[in-house]
Design a protein around this ligand. Structure first.
Ligand code: 5GP
Length: 140
């Protein structure tokens, strides 16, 4: 497991604007916010991508994400927001330590911009892919 800047932030070796901490989770303001209140929610476990995260850390993050979102809404007065979670450099992940972005969307152009080039799900492809995913899930 490589050590990233987030591990050093969690340890307090690098300063951050912390908003939340418990046994498994650390949350702080993003240093380059897309909008005011842009917050990073990070499991302390240093998994690089979400698929490598333990059930315990995943549950801990899932338990506090809605609470942190509510606090960001209250503090910014912005009710709309995106949750973003990037995995792998081609998917725009820069820091290889799992993190969830909470990004307020104030409605003035700030916040997350998304391209969404949706295709059309072919029935045969859908059947094959759903079966493959379900079969792998049955083994996990
Ligand atoms: P990613 O592209 O990996 O999903 O997002 C990484 C995020 O971490 C970026 O939004 C970036 O601004 C933020 N970030 C990187 N280094 C630091 C840092 O040292 N402190 C804080 N607070 N945020 C950081």
């Amino acid at each position: 497991m490589i050590e990233t800047i987030f591990t050093r932030i969690i340890r307090g070796e690098i300063p951050s604007h912390k908003v939340y901490e418990d046994e498994r989770v650390f949350a702080f303001l993003d240093i380059a916010p897309l909008s005011p209140g842009h917050t990073l929610v990070v499991p302390k476990e240093p998994a690089a991508t979400l698929d490598g995260l333990s059930d315990e850390s995943a549950a801990a993050v899932g338990r506090v994400l809605p609470r942190i979102a509510r606090a960001v809404i209250a503090a910014t007065g912005t009710p709309d927001y995106n949750i973003l979670q990037n995995n792998g450099a081609p998917a725009h992940q820069v820091v290889p330590h799992v993190h969830f972005h909470v990004i307020p969307k104030p409605g003035d152009g700030r916040g997350l911009g998304i391209g969404w080039p949706g295709g059309r799900l072919d029935a045969e492809d859908g059947k094959r892919l759903a079966a493959a995913i379900a079969a792998r899930l049955a083994k996990d």
